[in-house]
Design a binder for this molecule. Structure first.
Ligand code: ZN
Length: 141
């Protein structure tokens, strides 16, 4: 069963109703990744990390290169969420991506170390995957 990836630039309302800088939202099969994680943490009875999607500037710094690298065959790690305090390094959640034979496989892990052995993994069609990433990351400016 193939999974569906979607990337959306999300704007959040700030207290002063200014437009905030967009964050790169990741949706899998129509569900926000943060929601999938939150449900998993509740099921497992583990504390919530409350990591958030990356700001555009953090995408540039931490993940854009690897997003693009994941379009080629091979293995790469993509940081998807960072600490809610704004410092990506202190807590983050990432996909270990394997692109091979027309398929892109995502498994997850995070820092500080967490047990995601029971967390679902996902398969994407490589050409659909490429389209989603190019639309969100190359053509959105
Ligand atoms: Zn932090």
């Amino acid at each position: 069963m193939m999974d569906q990836l979607a990337l959306t630039w999300e704007l959040e309302e700030t207290k002063h109703r200014q437009k905030s800088k967009p964050r790169l939202g990741v949706m899998i099969n129509g569900v926000r990744l943060t929601e999938i994680i939150s449900q998993f943490e509740q099921q497992q009875g583990i504390g919530e990390f409350n990591d958030v999607f990356l700001h555009e500037s953090d995408v540039q710094e931490y993940s854009l290169f690897n997003w693009l690298k994941s379009l080629e065959e091979g293995d790469v790690r993509i940081i998807l969420l960072g600490c809610s305090c704004g410092q990506v390094e202190c807590s983050f959640f990432y996909a270990n991506v394997c692109n091979r034979d027309g398929w892109v496989y995502w498994q997850f892990d995070g820092w500080p170390k967490r047990d995601y052995s029971e967390f679902p993994s996902f398969w994407f069609n490589a050409s659909e995957y490429q389209q989603v990433i190019e639309d969100a990351l190359l053509h959105h400016q």
